[in-house]
Design a protein around this ligand. Structure first.
Ligand SMILES: Nc1ncnc2c1ncn2[C@@H]1O[C@H](COP(=O)(O)OP(=O)(O)O)[C@@H](O)[C@H]1O
Ligand SMILES: N[C@@H](CCOP(=O)(O)O)C(=O)O
Length: 291
């Protein structure tokens, strides 16, 4: 049996739209076994139990890339990462499927190949990079080749995922974005991104608070999250930093150790149906176990 474990990822982190992503300590696992039937899938909603399943599509893509016949396979998913909430559930599926195909044929795909294939399926590299490598990743598409810079995040920082009881698909959250931005805003974003990455490495809350403020997607997307303003007010009162995780609906707070409990209590009491998950940075990325 092949077992692939993949971390959830929080993309963008404010000013790093489609480039920056962080792996966090929340995981999905997918097991691949030989099967008598062409395809068996368990552990996901019924609507995904067919050949259109993203894990299977990525598995098939990996087999085709390796020029191998697609084997009969049984796929068992154990994944609490909520779907379409901005925590990279699609990246978990894609990375698991490609790594599953690689392991099936004797660990044949390098991480670089997996990253390139995964980005083609996902459309942007910011979730799949940290899902593969862990930590904080800044990714670029250089003439079709995805290249990654790896960064550490200071251990003093906690990432509190505030996960609403409503979803927001990435597709829908991309539709509200404008086609162009001004030169002045582009200059703003570039400068803020460079400073944000260093501030995250240093764990400098004050520098993160200034550098994370985005002009490229958050102003448009916050309108799609009905509770954004209320959560922002609480985060301001608690002096913690807020950003939209990926395309939402999850709102992510960055806090120091002594701020976590109070924030947790306030958000849970105002939003009793939300999942509030204090997370740390995953430093390993996706792993493969052959049992
Ligand atoms: N367990 C799963 N099985 C099959 N497909 C899944 C599973 N989890 C997520 N997906 C796919 O990922 C899509 C959600 O991706 P997306 O809208 O990018 O949100 P996010 O990646 O933020 O959770 C779903 O519509 C589905 O296609
Ligand atoms: N850069 C993408 C990231 C989407 O992340 P997800 O976790 O919501 O899939 C975007 O912002 O559209």
């Amino acid at each position: 049996m092949i077992r692939i474990k993949v971390p959830a990822t929080s993309a963008n982190i404010g000013v790093g739209f489609d480039a920056l992503g962080l792996a966090v300590s929340f995981y999905g696992t997918v097991e691949f076994n030989a099967s008598d039937e062409e395809l068996q899938i368990g552990g996901c909603p019924k609507k995904y139990q067919n050949k259109n399943n993203l894990i299977y599509r990525a598995f098939v893509n990996g087999c085709e890339y390796l020029k191998k016949d697609v084997p009969n396979v049984s796929i068992d998913i154990n994944n609490d990462i909520p779907i379409a909430r901005g925590l990279g559930s699609s990246a978990v599926c894609i990375v698991a499927g490609l790594k599953g195909a690689s392991a099936w044929f004797g660990d044949r795909l390098s991480d670089e190949e997996i990253l390139n294939l995964a980005t083609k399926i996902e459309g942007h590299p910011d979730n799949v990079s940290p899902a593969i490598y862990g930590n904080l990743c800044a990714s670029i598409n250089h003439d079709g080749d995805i290249q990654v810079a790896h960064y550490k995040v200071d251990k003093s920082l906690n990432f509190i995922a505030m996960i609403p009881d409503y979803h927001l698909s990435t597709e829908a959250a991309r539709e509200v974005l404008p086609d162009t931005m001004s030169y002045a805003d582009a200059i703003y974003q570039i400068g803020h991104l460079g400073v944000l990455i260093k501030a995250l490495e240093l764990g400098d809350m004050s520098m993160i608070k200034s550098a994370i403020v985005d002009k490229m997607h958050e102003p448009y997307r916050k309108k799609l999250i009905p509770d954004y303003d209320q959560v922002a007010k609480i985060c301001e009162e608690e002096n913690v930093i807020l950003y939209i995780s990926g395309s939402g609906s999850t709102l992510m707070a960055i806090a120091q150790d002594d701020q976590v409990d109070s924030l947790f209590d306030k958000i849970s009491s105002q939003f009793p149906n939300w999942q509030i998950k204090p997370l740390s940075v995953d430093t390993t990325g996706a792993t493969t176990e052959i049992v």
